[in-house]
Design a protein around this ligand. Structure first.
Ligand SMILES: CC/C=C\C/C=C\C/C=C\CCCCCCCC(=O)SCCNC(=O)CCNC(=O)[C@H](O)C(C)(C)COP(=O)(O)OP(=O)(O)OC[C@H]1O[C@@H](n2cnc3c(N)ncnc32)[C@H](O)[C@@H]1OP(=O)(O)O
Length: 229
């Protein structure tokens, strides 16, 4: 099983390291992702500028990268293939096909985004540009695409690195979001109660003047004693 996953990643050009060829230049994404003790695996990080990024997205990215310089904020890397590697829920032969769906589009066509996290303030900000394949009503972003980004951004504010699921997500859509535009998704963990994590979120235009959506959500840490199937 391990071998087939590694073979798939090599095909995708995602592997680097001892057996995978030259290592890419160091980035701000922290240490290499070490998934297996015998081999260092570095997956491609998609949370960096590409030619499809608009001027607005690049400017905001630069602003947040500046905030990262004193260590208070961190850019969160984002991968396409990492989630399925340890899954026992799907068959081995299905694994090579599994992808994190928001990273399944070619550059610029779907979800272009980068997230930044402030651990002290328990905040996560997502800079999001919705591409043409996310269209709902003509010229506008589909609400489900917006809901997806709210969910994931809020999940990151709730917890990074822990196994959590969304138990509840309430969204008020205030204004439609034009396709191709950049929005800023601000989320904050405001209460933690046992396994329950409560997050608030809003989505605004780049200048902050237009409020597109407001949301609250509840995430629950998975209980290792309970089966999730
Ligand atoms: C796309 C990105 C992917 C990967 C990136 C990789 C890593 C990133 C890492 C983190 C970022 C996370 C981002 C997450 C975004 C994506 C999340 C999802 O899509 S998850 C899929 C959708 N959600 C589900 O499928 C959840 C299904 N539900 C369940 O599994 C269970 O119901 C539960 C929520 C786990 C709860 O079941 P349990 O048996 O474990 O506990 P309970 O005793 O029932 O509840 C505990 C506690 O919570 C309260 N509660 C539960 N549900 C609700 C609810 N809907 N509303 C209000 N309260 C709820 C319940 O009352 C209990 O409260 P208490 O009695 O006070 O303890």
């Amino acid at each position: 099983m391990l071998r087939s996953c590694l073979a798939r990643l090599r095909t995708l050009g995602a592997l680097r390291g001892p057996r995978g060829g030259a290592r890419p230049p160091a980035t701000d994404t922290g240490p290499a992702l070490r998934l297996f003790s015998s081999e260092e695996v570095i997956l491609k990080d998609y949370s960096v500028p590409n030619p499809s990024w608009s001027k607005d997205l690049r400017l905001l990215y630069d602003q947040y990268m500046k905030k990262c310089e004193d260590g208070s904020w961190k850019r969160l890397p984002s991968y396409r293939d990492v989630a399925h590697l340890d899954s026992k829920l799907i068959k081995e032969e299905q694994m090579p096909q599994a992808r994190i769906f928001i990273r399944s589009y070619e550059d610029g066509l779907g979800f272009e985004f980068v997230m930044f996290h402030n651990d002290v303030e328990k905040k996560t900000v997502c800079l999001f540009q919705g591409g043409p394949y996310l269209q709902g009503l003509s010229g506008w972003l589909h609400g489900g695409a917006m809901a997806t980004m709210i969910d994931i951004t809020s999940g990151m504010a709730a917890s990074i690195g822990e196994r959590i699921v969304t138990a509840n997500l309430n969204i008020d859509f205030k204004r439609p979001v034009p396709l191709y535009s950049v929005v800023v998704i601000n989320s904050q963990l405001y209460k933690a109660e046992g396994r329950k994590l409560f997050v608030s979120c809003d989505v605004r235009s780049v200048d902050g003047k237009t409020l597109y959506a407001e949301a609250t959500s509840l995430f629950v840490k998975l209980d290792p004693e309970k089966s999730s199937t």
